[in-house]
Design a protein around this ligand. Structure first.
Ligand SMILES: Cc1cc2nc3c(=O)[nH]c(=O)nc-3n(C[C@H](O)[C@H](O)[C@H](O)COP(=O)(O)OP(=O)(O)OC[C@H]3O[C@@H](n4cnc5c(N)ncnc54)[C@H](O)[C@@H]3O)c2cc1C
Length: 282
């Protein structure tokens, strides 16, 4: 892309969306500033999420980080996409679709974030800055935002020509522009996590999973059950990404009960995975 100076873009949010926008904007010739409320860049987390990258995402990331081997080294190829159904009562599974030319790659959130973050100049990031408000002063006059520096409680003003809201699904910037927008419940809850099994490769649950899902390591599994489905795929360095979707009425979660709710569901998830593994083995 032609590098003409376009103006100054302020990106709010320094997660995967924010750092990706920063790359795209830098490549298009913008001066970029990223504001993130977290105190410091993530240093790699054992938990988190797996991300499946399609060929276009892989090409974009390669162009942003400037070398193809970096993404390749940080991900595993997913060459198969398999959709199967499991009948838990009858304890049978059958294949619905199997695509052997999938061409995705699987990354761990923290690995992908650090790859993207390390390919940007650190000086464009303002960590520990909480976006507070925004004002525009007339057409084409740019934007001014207020942010709180969390360490000092001081409020600073930042001017720019373009504002990018990469502040997540509960975006406070979206609330400014679309105050009446209500998020719509999708009909299911999803739980996800990454299981690091580098220390217990031969445990019953891991060997059971590998028997039930023999192409783990190169396959993205969608296992559909009654009102539920599970997504499983392996990540680099002996980590298993799992997501469990449960079709259910919208839960009313009060703030204080969040952790208790989470712990109960995680116990149920382990039981469910165990059941899926056992039903596939039988
Ligand atoms: C259960 C579940 C499973 C999922 N599984 C997958 C999956 O397998 N693959 C996939 O691709 N996606 C998945 N997603 C979706 C994925 O997590 C999100 O789409 C992705 O994290 C969004 O990234 P983001 O950068 O837009 O937002 P976020 O990761 O939410 O980042 C928003 C950032 O903005 C910062 N921020 C927020 N408010 C402010 C503020 N006022 N001032 C400054 N900073 C602020 C936050 O600290 C945060 O760093 C899943 C989501 C859920 C809930």
């Amino acid at each position: 892309m032609k590098r003409e100076k376009k103006g100054k873009a302020v990106v709010v949010g320094g997660s995967i969306g924010g750092v990706s926008c920063a790359h795209a904007l830098v490549a298009a010739g913008w001066e970029v500033l990223v504001l993130e409320k977290s105190a410091a860049p993530p240093t790699g987390s054992p938990t988190g999420a797996g991300l499946g990258l399609d060929p276009l995402a892989q090409r974009l990331i390669d162009s942003w980080v400037g070398a193809t081997h970096l993404l390749r080294d940080a991900t595993v190829p997913l060459t198969i996409d398999l959709n199967q159904a499991t009948d838990g009562e009858k304890k049978v599974s059958w294949t619905l679709t199997r695509d052997e030319n999938f061409n995705f790659r699987a990354a761990h959130w923290a690995d992908l974030h650090s790859l993207l973050y390390n390919a940007l100049p650190p000086s464009i990031f303002l960590w520990g800055h909480l976006f507070l408000s925004l004002c525009t002063s007339g057409e084409n006059a740019g934007i001014k935002i207020k942010a709180k520096v969390l360490q000092t409680n001081e409020t600073v003003e930042i001017a720019g020509d373009l504002l990018v809201a990469a502040d997540g699904c509960l975006s406070s910037i979206r609330k400014i522009f679309l105050p009446d927008l209500k998020l719509r419940y999708s009909g299911y809850c999803a739980w996800r996590g990454v299981l690091d099994f580098s220390d217990n490769e031969n445990s019953e649950i891991i060997t059971g999973l590998q028997k039930a899902y023999p192409d783990l390591g190169k396959c993205l599994y969608f296992d559909l059950g009654y009102r539920t489905h599970v997504v499983l795929y392996e990540l680099p360095n002996k980590r298993m990404n799992w997501i469990w979707y449960v079709g259910q009425p919208e839960p009313q979660i009060q703030e204080g009960y969040r952790d208790e709710f989470k712990n109960n569901w995680i116990t149920t998830l382990m039981l469910y995975l165990h059941t899926v593994v056992l039903s596939n083995l039988n």
